[in-house]
Write a protein that binds this ligand. Structure first.
Ligand code: GLN
Length: 445
C-alpha cells in the first residue's frame, strides 16, 4: 500500500531512496512474528527516515552532494530502538542540505512539494518527512529539529510534529548540524503515534553522553488530561500584523475554547523575543562551521576530480559540493568564531542564551504551557523567499525558543486558511515535561 502511494506521489519528491524489496521482506518477517505472537510494539508501523539518520548499510547524505555515495556504517540509536520493536523502514526522505532551511528548497535532490498545493513549499528542513506522512506514503517519519525543522513542516503539512527535550533522545547516528540544539523527533498523523514512538526511542544511551539517565515515562498510558492547566500565550503573536490574520484568529479560537473550559489563560510578553533569532543563528552557524569541517574530500563521499594537491582538494571539494545556504552558514559561523569577533558575537550570544533560559524557566514556574502559532504564515510559494535569507530566517521566530532553551514543544494541526493550507499551533512545556505536554495536546485534539 505505502509503496504504491510513494509511486503515485513521486512528483512530490519526498523520498530520495525507497527500500522497496527490503521493506516487503521486512513486512513478511514481521507478519510471521505477529502470527507466532512475538511481535514488537511497532509491528506493522511503516517508517520513513529523514536523510540525516544513519541506517547501517544504507546511503545517507543529509541532502548534500558532499556525501554522495556514502553509506552509514552503523544505525542511529533512535532508529535501532524502533527497528527492535518491529518498525519497517521504507526509505529515506528528502530534506534541506544538512538540515539548514525552512522550505526544503536547499536540497541537492531538488525541492519537495506540499501535497495540499504543489506550488507551495512543505516547510523545512524535514520537508520530505512531513509530506510523506501528509500524503500517506508512510505511517510515520523521523525528522530532526534544530530550530523548528520537525514542527514547522508539520504545521505547513497539517500533521503532528514533536520536538523532545534536548537530552531525551540519543543523537548517536544523527548527522550533526548544531550539536547543542539538534533533537530527533517524530512526525505522525496523531499525538498517540508520536507518543508511542517517542516512548520507545527516548532514554539513556552509552553512545551519547548528553542523553539523560532519567527514566522514560510511558507517554501513551498518560494521554488522558484531567484538571485545569495554566496557559500563557505570546501576546505579540496574536496582535502583530506580521502574523497572518487567519493564523491569529485560529490561535485565538483555541485560547477562547480553553478559557471557556475553565483553564487559566493569560497573555505574556517574552522580553527576549527579538533576540531569539540572532542568538539562534549565531550559535548554530558557529557550531555548524565546526561540525562541517570534517567534510574535506578525504573521509566521506564526494571528492573533486579537479583536485591537484591537498589544499585544492579541500577547496574544490567543498566549493563544488556544498550548496549556497551551507556555504553561507559556514562563512557566518567561521566569522563569529574568529579571534577578533568571538567575544562580540559568540560569547554574547551564549550569554543571551542563558538569559532566555532563565526567562523561560521563570515562565514555567507560573504556567504549565506556552501556546503560540508555529509559524507567522502558512506554507509560502516555492521560490518566494529563496533570494532573501533573512525573510526565510524570520519564519522560525516561534520555533527556535524551544531549541535555544532545550524544552520540548509540539506542533499540531489547527485548521486551514482560506486557501486550504494547513495552520499549526504550538504547545511548549517545561524541560522534560513531555508527559504532560502530550497528555494536554491529546486533550486539545
Ligand atoms: N529553519 C531553521 C534553520 O534553517 C531550522 C532548521 C532545523 O531545525 N534543522 O536553521
Amino acid at each position: 500500500h505505502y509503496l504504491q502511494k510513494i509511486e503515485s506521489n513521486k512528483h512530490l519528491n519526498a523520498f530520495v531512496e525507497v527500500y522497496g524489496e527490503e521493506a516487503k521482506m521486512a513486512a513478511m518477517a514481521v507478519d510471521e512474528k505477529i502470527t507466532s505472537g512475538k511481535a514488537g510494539k511497532l509491528a506493522g508501523l511503516v517508517l520513513g527516515l529523514k536523510d540525516v539518520l544513519s541506517y547501517q548499510g544504507h546511503g545517507v547524505q543529509a541532502g548534500s552532494k558532499i556525501l554522495e555515495g556514502y553509506q552509514a556504517p552503523y544505525t542511529a540509536t533512535a532508529v535501532q530502538r524502533l527497528l527492535d520493536e518491529d518498525a519497517i523502514v521504507i526509505g529515506r526522505q528528502n530534506c534541506d542540505e544538512f538540515a539548514m532551511g525552512s522550505s526544503n528548497e536547499n536540497s541537492s535532490f531538488g525541492p519537495v512539494l506540499n501535497a495540499a498545493d504543489v506550488t507551495k513549499v512543505p516547510g523545512g528542513s524535514s520537508g520530505g518527512s512531513a509530506v510523506a506522512v501528509q500524503a500517506g506514503m508512510c505511517h510515520a517519519s523521523l525528522g530532526s529539529d534544530t530550530g523548528g525543522s520537525v514542527r514547522q513542516p508539520a504545521a505547513f503539512c497539517g500533521v503532528v510534529g514533536v520536538k523532545p527535550s534536548y537530552g531525551r533522545v540519543s543523537r548517536y547516528g544523527l548527522i550533526a548540524y548544531a550539536s547543542s540544539f539538534d533533537c530527533i523527533g517524530p512526525i505522525t498523523k496523531s499525538v498517540e503515534d508520536a507518543a508511542l514512538i517517542l516512548e520507545i526511542m527516548a532514554g539513556a544511551d552509552d553512545f551519547d553522553s548528553t542523553v539523560s539517565e532519567k527514566p522514560v515515562p510511558a507517554y501513551t498510558s498518560a494521554l488522558n488530561w484531567t484538571g485545569k492547566a495554566r496557559i500563557g500565550y505570546i501576546q505579540e503573536a496574536i496582535e502583530s500584523e506580521a502574523i497572518s490574520y487567519e493564523i491569529r484568529q485560529q490561535t485565538i479560537e483555541v485560547l477562547n475554547r480553553l478559557r471557556a473550559e475553565g483553564h487559566e489563560v493569560e497573555p505574556v510578553k517574552i522580553s527576549l523575543l527579538d533576540s531569539l533569532l540572532p542568538t539562534y543563528y549565531i550559535l548554530t552557524t558557529a557550531e555548524a562551521s565546526s561540525n562541517l569541517s570534517r567534510f574535506d574530500g578525504v573521509r566521506y563521499g564526494y571528492r573533486s576530480p579537479e583536485s591537484k594537491d591537498l589544499e585544492s582538494m579541500y577547496k574544490k571539494t567543498r566549493t563544488e559540493a556544498f550548496g549556497d545556504e551551507v556555504r553561507r552558514r559556514i562563512l557566518l559561523g567561521t566569522f563569529v568564531l574568529s579571534a577578533n569577533y568571538y567575544d562580540a558575537y559568540y560569547t554574547k550570544a551564549q550569554r543571551v542564551r542563558r538569559l532566555v533560559r532563565e526567562e523561560t524557566d521563570k515562565f514555567f514556574k507560573q504556567f504549565d504551557f506556552l501556546i503560540s502559532p508555529v509559524t507567522p504564515t502558512t506554507a509560502f510559494t516555492i521560490g518566494e523567499k529563496t533570494e532573501d535569507p533573512l525573510q526565510m530566517y524570520l519564519a522560525d521566530i516561534f520555533t527556535v525558543q524551544a531549541n535555544v532553551v532545550g524544552n520540548p514543544a509540539v506542533s499540531i494541526p489547527n485548521g486551514l486558511d482560506d486557501n486550504g493550507m494547513p495552520i499549526g499551533i504550538q504547545i511548549m512545556a517545561p524541560y522534560f515535561g513531555e508527559e504532560k505536554m502530550l497528555a494536554f495536546t491529546s486533550y486539545l485534539t
